[in-house]
Design a protein around this ligand. Sequence first.
Ligand SMILES: [Zn+2]
Length: 252
Amino acid sequence: MGFVVGALFGSFANVIIYRLPRGESIVFPGSHCFHCKKPVPWHDNIPLFAWFFLGGKCRNCKAPYSGRYVLVEWIMAFLFAAVVCRDGLSWSVLEHLIFVFGLVTASFIDFDHMILPDEFTLSGIVIGLVGAALNPDRPFLPALFGVLVGGGFLWAIAAIYAAVRKQEGMGGGDIKLLGWIGAVLGWTSVPFVVISSSLVGSLVGLIIMAQKRKGLSQAIPFGPYLAFGAILYLFFGQDISEAYIRLFIPAL
Ligand SMILES: [Zn+2]
C-alpha cells in the first residue's frame, strides 16, 4: 500500500523536480515529451515500470529518457513503504511521509540546480513545528530547539567559513534544511545528521575528485547528504545511538 502510494508520489516528485525551478506550472499541462512535445499517454506514464517497457525512450520520437525519473519513483516507493511499516497508522506516519517526500524532491532539485527552494525548507520548518504541536507522540520544545540548533549550527559554520576564506561556502538553503530536519526529528538528531552527512559527503567527494581530478573548491551540493543523514536517522538513528551508548556503558 505504502509502496504504490510512494510510486505515485515519486512520479509527482519528478514533475516538481523538473518544473518548479523553471517556474512552470506543476499541474498544467500534463506530461509531454520534452523533445517532441507530444503528450505522453497514461500507459506510457505508469510509475516504476513504463520506463523499462519503453526501453528508456520516447515512443514517438525515440529521444532517450533519463533513468533518473524511474529511480526517483523506486526510491519514493521504498521509503513510503518503510515509513508505513514502521509508524503504522499514526500522526507520525503522516509527518514522516511529508518529510521523506520533501527531502527526496528537494535533494534532486539541489543536484540539478544547486538550490534548495524555500518552498521546501521554510515550509518544512513551519509544517514540522505545527506537526510537533499537533502530534501527541512528540513534544513541541525539542522540535523548536531542533530548528534553532540545526539552523544555528550551520549558520555559525557558514559565518566562520566566510570570515576565514573570504567567500561563501555554505548556502542559506543548507541552513534552512537542517533547521527543517531539526523541527521534524528533534534537536538530538542534529549531531548524528551532521556527522553522518559529512562522512558520506567526504567519501563521495573523494571518489568524484579521484575520478575527475577536480579542485577542492568545486561546489558540490550538500543538501542531498543532509537529507540522506536525516533519513538514516529516521530509520536507524535510535538504534545506532543506543548501540553507541552501550559500547561505552555495557551495563545498560
Ligand atoms: Zn518524444
